[in-house]
Design a protein around this ligand. Structure first.
Ligand code: WQD
Length: 340
């Protein structure tokens, strides 16, 4: 299949491009590089031997998106493009709503105009807000998001559901990611956050490489076995394969469906820091700090629906998550900047 990846140069998009190529598909990347780097295209080529077609495009630019769709037929679109920093979304909410929602509307218009029927959307477990129950099944209540970023995912899901109801040709899979971590085993592509990382794993790896003195563990009085927050961390290569597995399902169904992509296992912050240190044999000093506003005690998936509908389940464990994160970080201490 010829598959358009909006935001395809980003962390999850780039890993998905590699797995699509491995599975015999042809990804086409559209990215404005606002939070990614064209160097990723060289790295994808190194890993796969394939030069990916890439277009520098802001997905909110309807004219350019139209031209992109006119370049040739897409069998499916995987829509990763979007602003994703939780804290920043609280400071500049209007930009978040405008960017994430406008780009989706532009995309849906272009898909309708050019008769592209299959859409896979990069949603998030953040749509569940404070979980109604654990593990989270797809029919758990959504809403109650604690930040504008989360609300954009919630609203876009609804927009896509409505579009699929109105257009009997449209098929949409809404993938709700839990906590993506890790990197490609080659160490050539990985997560490259700008500034001080908000997410746990990039922070831990920057402590390990010496860019930060210690990890602050936000809260040790949560209602969890060791008092620190519990999340469902999923290896980004597993996550990428979840997209590949969604393609045939999407192409053989109509309407929209929500699917969790998680492992079903929760680990605490303390367990993650200690596992990283153990697996990589490197110290990860940490200190307890106050809770971070908006954080919840625990969040992990029921992954059964993904297995039933897509035939997909996570294969990689905590060891690979820690090993591959470190392999990427130590070989690219400054991310793609100053790349070799
Ligand atoms: C995990 C745990 C923190 C950093 C967020 C978004 C979600 C998403 C993924 C994105 C929590 C603790 C973290 C640190 C810490 N989607 N922590 N010290 O909050 O589960 O999810 O990222 O694009 O929408 O909300 O992930 O990695 O930020 O935090 O103690 O320096 O690690 O409190 O318990 P989170 P996270």
């Amino acid at each position: 299949m010829r598959v358009l990846l909006t935001g395809g140069a980003g962390y999850i998009g780039s890993h998905t491009a590699v797995e699509l190529i491995n599975a015999g598909h042809t990804p086409v990347i559209a990215d404005n590089y606002s939070n990614s780097c064209p160097e990723v295209l060289n790295r994808i080529k190194e890993i796969t031997g394939v030069e990916v077609e890439a277009h520098e495009i802001d997905m909110c630019d309807a004219e350019k998106v139209d031209k992109l769709f006119a370049t040739g037929a897409f069998d499916a679109v995987i829509h990763f493009a979007g602003l994703k920093a939780v804290g920043e979304s609280v400071s500049i909410p209007v930009q978040y709503y405008r960017n994430n929602i406008d780009s989706t509307l532009v995309l849906l218009d272009a898909m309708t105009k050019y008769g592209v029927a299959n859409l896979i959307f990069s949603s998030s477990a953040t749509v569940y807000g404070n979980p109604e129950r654990l593990p989270l099944t797809e029919d758990c209540a959504t809403g109650g998001c604690t930040n504008p970023y989360g609300w954009t995912k919630y609203m876009i899901e609804q927009i896509i559901r409505d579009a699929a109801k109105a257009n009997p040709n449209l098929s949409a899979v809404l993938l709700r990611y839990f906590n993506p971590v890790g990197a490609h085993a080659s160490g050539r592509i990985g997560e490259d956050p700008s500034g001080i990382p908000n997410n746990l794993m990039p922070f831990i790896s920057q402590v390990a490489v010496g860019r930060r003195t210690h990890l602050s563990i936000f809260g040790n009085d949560y209602n969890t076995p060791d008092g620190t927050g519990v999340r469902d961390y999923i290896h980004v290569v597993d996550l990428a394969r979840g997209h590949v597995a969604s393609l045939p399902y999407c192409a053989s169904h109509k309407g929209s469906v929500e699917i969790n992509l998680g492992t079903g296992t929760g680990y605490s912050v303390k367990e993650m820091a200690e596992a990283f240190a153990r697996v990589n044999d490197i110290p990860v000093p940490y200190q307890y700090a106050p809770r971070r506003p908006g954080d919840i005690d625990a969040c992990y998936a029921d992954p059964v629906k993904a297995k039933e509908l897509l035939g997909w389940e996570a294969q990689l464990g905590l060891e690979e998550m820690c090993r591959d994160t470190w392999n990427w970080q130590k070989n690219n201490p400054n991310g793609y900047k100053g790349a070799n």
